[in-house]
Design a protein around this ligand. Structure first.
Ligand code: PMP
Length: 353
């Protein structure tokens, strides 16, 4: 470690994302991307932006066309919408805007591994709340959190969705703190907490175009909340990167919010494949947690999870294994195309014989 590093850089533990192997024939089921491409309208919009020869000009600092399209989709106004470079950036801004050093925030012990990274980066103390034995949320443990709450719904990597009444109880019992619901996978699950925005000024919902809208490569995430919270995020953003997302991302993501038909078709395909995957994996001797996401969280009953992860990798199939004590026996498998899943099943049959 360089002696020139600041205290912040020293105490930061960089997040390690899933491997990105670039062989064309690899079956990549480790980072919960959409196996299908985005709407053709997205590509047309990006091409039109390029044809306009505008890249020497800065993009709109207020991201208005995209905020409009998102607001229209969800029956909100653009003042309810904040946009950033992937929901990871929106999460970072939210930690800066709403969480306070010295006031402990709470998040589930098993959840998105970026939360402790950001907490350390911004010097925010945190308490990891253990989940129930069946991996559901122990909602009361999140009540009256001194500094606020952040949780993914559906949870990652467990894939379990908490019903809105659970989220509402957590909101009601934290009225003086911000509760962030990280809904990266919500489009594959039940209703979004955005339904509660009108009633809860302390609610911030964060979503992404990386999963259901198949735009992981474009890096566009967004937050929804009452305009006062959104204005707080904008204050932070303006002092860091006043132009937010680039012109091509804005053009492409805006088109993705307009093509509703393509969106629902692609989601339904993933959900159908998820249902058959759950069934087949159970037959193959896996315990499968109830999934409301575009991935499943599974425990091989006859083999060590890490060994299986490595054997799959050796055969060109990437899944995710976490070296974390309480989930070491599990694998997270993203839902791919039917063809990719069938290959996975064939390989698993050979490996678990
Ligand atoms: N939240 C959760 C729970 C996630 O799993 C992910 C994706 N790894 C993200 C946020 C970030 O997604 P992105 O930055 O691509 O929007």
């Amino acid at each position: 470690m360089s002696r020139f590093l600041s205290t912040v850089a020293r105490r930061t533990e960089p997040y390690v994302p899933g491997e990105q192997l670039n062989q064309p024939d690899i079956i990549k089921l480790n980072t919960n991307e959409n196996p299908y491409p985005p709407s053709p309208k997205v590509l047309e919009a990006i091409q039109a932006e390029l044809n306009g020869n505008t890249l020497q000009r800065y993009p709109s600092p207020t991201v208005d066309p995209l905020r409009h399209a998102i607001a229209e989709t969800y029956g909100l106004t653009k003042d309810h919408v904040f946009v950033g470079n992937g929901s990871d950036e929106v999460l970072a801004f939210s930690f800066m805007a709403f969480f306070e050093p010295g006031k402990t925030i709470k998040f589930p012990e098993i959840s998105y591994s970026f939360y402790p990274v950001y907490s350390k980066l911004f010097n925010i103390s945190f308490e990891k709340v253990p989940l129930n034995a069946d991996f559901t949320l122990p909602k009361k443990q999140f009540y009256n959190s001194p500094g606020g709450v952040i949780l993914p719904n559906p949870n990652a990597p467990t894939s379990i969705y908490a019903e809105l009444d659970v989220i509402e109880d957590i909101l009601r019992n934290n009225q003086d703190q911000v509760v962030i619901i990280d809904e990266a996978y919500i489009d594959f699950a039940g209703p979004s907490a955005m339904k509660l925005i009108d009633r809860y000024p302390n609610l911030l919902v964060i979503q992404t175009t990386s999963k259901s809208r198949a735009l992981a490569g474009l890096r566009v995430g967004f937050a929804l909340g009452q305009p006062e919270l959104i204005a707080g995020l904008t204050r932070i953003k303006d002092s860091f990167n006043s132009y937010t997302i680039d012109r091509l991302a804005m053009a492409g993501a805006t088109a993705a919010f307009v093509d509703h038909a393509y969106f629902s078709e692609s989601i339904n395909k993933v959900i159908r494949t998820r249902e058959s995957t759950v069934h087949t994996l159970e037959e193959l001797g896996f315990e499968v947690l109830p999934s409301d996401a575009n991935f499943v969280f599974v425990k091989p009953l006859h083999k060590d999870a890490k060994v299986l992860y490595q054997q799959l990798k050796n055969r060109g199939i990437l899944v995710r294994h976490f070296d974390q004590a309480d989930i070491r026996e599990y694998l997270r498998i993203s839902i791919g195309t039917d063809e990719q899943m069938n290959t996975l099943f064939e390989v698993l049959k050979q490996l678990t014989k």
